[in-house]
Write a protein that binds this ligand. Sequence first.
Ligand code: SAM
Ligand code: DTB
Ligand code: SF4
Length: 332
Amino acid sequence: MTTQPLKPHQTPKLHAQTQYWRVCQLEELFALPFLDLVFRAAQVHREHFNSREIQLSSLLSIKTGGCPENCAYCPQSAHHNTGVAKEELLSVAYIVEKAKIAKSRGATRFCMGAAWRGPKPRDIEKVSAIIRAVKDLGLETCGTFGLLDEGMAEELKAAGLDYYNHNLDTAPEKYNDIVSTRKHEDRLETLGRVRKAGLKVCCGGIIGMNESRKERAGLIASLANLDPQPESVPINQLVKVAGTPLENAESLDWTEFVRTIAVARIAMPNSYVRLSAGRKNLDEAAQALCFLAGANSIFYGDKLLVTANPEEDGDRLLMDKLDLVAESFQAA
Ligand code: SAM
Ligand code: DTB
Ligand code: SF4
């Protein structure tokens, strides 16, 4: 993989949502002939980004398992028997070692996830120390810790957090079928707090949870109608984990995944669209089509939170074959 930057990483600018997207408009995009949709998304991508650059984020679960929430997709929920054990928060030293390794392999952003409904005040103190230590390595930092109370986002920002990941996950009307321990509106409230604190927003969702195409369009509409739009939009394909209520969800054809990426790119032209969980189920050619359709970020490293992700060597090889380069990042 070439690591020579084509241009220095630019901190994404805040982009006001330029149009209100109705779900039916996005359904019309989904219904375009496949290659026309990909072509249109590729044009939008080229107007807004250097299409040869891919942003590389590494992920670490800093607090695994035993989560009190009942998200039907999640292997870390205490409501499901998935064999994922409840662990304590990892030490700062351990996390820094993992972040150094991620950086040495080419990642520019380090994303830390916690299986919490949301952090308690004492957790904020602990993760603030972790964020400071990771930021000192010259990496961008991202945290995903669940629902935030008033004032918490400001504390995370003060510690050096760059991005907060908080997904809307599915269409608003489907939310209660997937999680019953919180509401879609709770997620929106935390996203508002994150924005107000001046953190960059990483917000996406999961497809392949037995939703209809209309519901996929509804998810993309709810992301694209956030104002401003999220800087980063992870599109996850459900990783089906035994013991979760969605373990036997119907598999989506790979073309539907590419269509979803393409629609996200067209509706959110300035956002980084991340080809996130589920890449192990996509062969190289399907991933190449996702990049053509506007995906320009991946999770890089052989583990997501608790499930597997493609090996770094394979990703470097694929990027070389496609003449893609890792986006560089100059810490401020
Ligand atoms: N507990 C926090 C929360 O829910 O916001 C942060 C961690 S949670 C694991 C982060 C995200 O991981 C979820 O919003 C969901 O999009 C994604 N995720 C969890 N399990 C997944 C699965 N089996 N397949 C795909 N994505 C998944
Ligand atoms: C996101 O949208 N996807 C990542 C990250 N944000 C935290 C998580 C994917 C989790 C996949 C299943 C697992 O390994 O737990
Ligand atoms: Fe907990 Fe987050 Fe998993 Fe839901 S997605 S069970 S909140 S870790």
